[in-house]
Design a protein around this ligand. Structure first.
Ligand code: NAD
Ligand code: APR
Length: 244
């Protein structure tokens, strides 16, 4: 795949890079995205499941065991997934001595950490962690194979996956860190996200408003109006070509 020399130069000469990733960065690891693009072969999650039933606080209150079992199914699906070239390249780039690289992800799969990233701003939480819905205490017990909602040992409440659900607020510190990284970068790289879900989808506009260049890596350009350049390709293949 060819990347325009002008785009390559922008990426290589940027001093402060902020990367925002979405489900597409894990697609080459075999993880289903939420909203498919036209050539995508794998069924997207929201075409098979109702997000309001499976990934919302109302859905959990209505039927806790159904939501718990859906996340147990997703954890089983994710268990044997490996980080791909994009995860590994981003982790290597974060070690750069000449560029300051900050990684923000909407993904909950932990594949950036598995690929070597030490610092990951997780806007939507992490599917491998659980906490109590009522008292918010972390729950570190082994949940493997547990098919019904666990009672919180601290307060008797309900243990839930530590994932941000629809209509829930994002983790405050993660959001502050993401805003700050978007305000202070000279390059904002949006990788594998449909840029449809706020507030994450608004970070590129924040970066743009302070003069950053916005580059998208996606097989299919999104409708985001603030993108300056789109590298049309799969994240793993693009990062292999970038060789940063
Ligand atoms: P939403 O439109 O309901 O609002 C997102 C939430 O983020 C709001 O409730 C608000 O508290 C907060 N927010 C919005 N703008 C903000 C800002 N400028 N500063 C700080 N906080 C702000 O979002 P949604 O589409 O209903 O989903 C909520 C979040 O949960 C989204 O980010 C979504 O991607 C995420 N989500 C995750 C999963 C998953 O499985 N990981 C599934 C569904 C939704
Ligand atoms: N490389 C790069 N991009 C890819 C690849 C790939 N190999 N495969 C698919 N894509 C792109 C698709 O074109 C699409 O634009 O990834 C994007 C995936 O978009 P979504 O499935 O909407 O995922 P995301 O943007 O992360 O969704 C945001 O919505 O439901 C919530 O909380 C959930 O975090 C998620 C949020």
């Amino acid at each position: 795949m060819d990347i325009e020399p002008e785009v390559l130069a922008l990426i290589q000469h940027a001093k402060r890079v902020t990367i925002l990733t979405g489900a597409g960065v894990s697609a080459e690891s075999g993880v289903a995205t939420f909203r498919a693009y036209k050539e995508e072969t794998q069924e997207s999650l929201w075409s098979q499941y109702d997000p309001q039933k499976m990934a919302s606080i109302d859905g959990f209150r209505e039927n806790p065991n159904r939501v718990w079992q859906w996340y147990q199914w997703r954890r089983n699906e994710l268990k044997n997934k490996e980080p791909n070239d994009a995860h590994k390249a981003i982790a290597k780039w974060q070690q750069s001595k000449t560029q300051n690289v900050t990684l923000i992800t909407q993904n909950v799969d932990g594949l950036h950490q598995a690929g070597g990233s030490k610092d990951v701003i997780e806007l939507h939480g992490n599917i491998w962690r659980n906490h109590c819905l009522q008292c918010l205490a972390d729950y570190n017990g082994d949940v493997d194979g547990v098919e019904t909602v666990i009672e919180c040992p601290e307060c008797g409440g309900q243990i839930r996956p530590s994932v941000v659900w629809f209509s829930e607020a994002l983790p405050e510190q993660a959001w502050r860190d993401a805003e700050s990284a978007s305000y202070s970068c000279d390059l904002f790289l949006s990788v594998g996200t449909s840029s449809q879900v706020y507030p994450a989808a608004g970070l590129a506009a924040l970066a743009k408003s302070q003069g950053a260049t916005v580059i998208e890596v996606n097989p299919e350009p999104t409708e985001s109006s603030v993108v300056d350049y789109c590298i049309e390709g799969k994240a793993g293949e693009v990062f292999k070509t970038l060789n940063i």
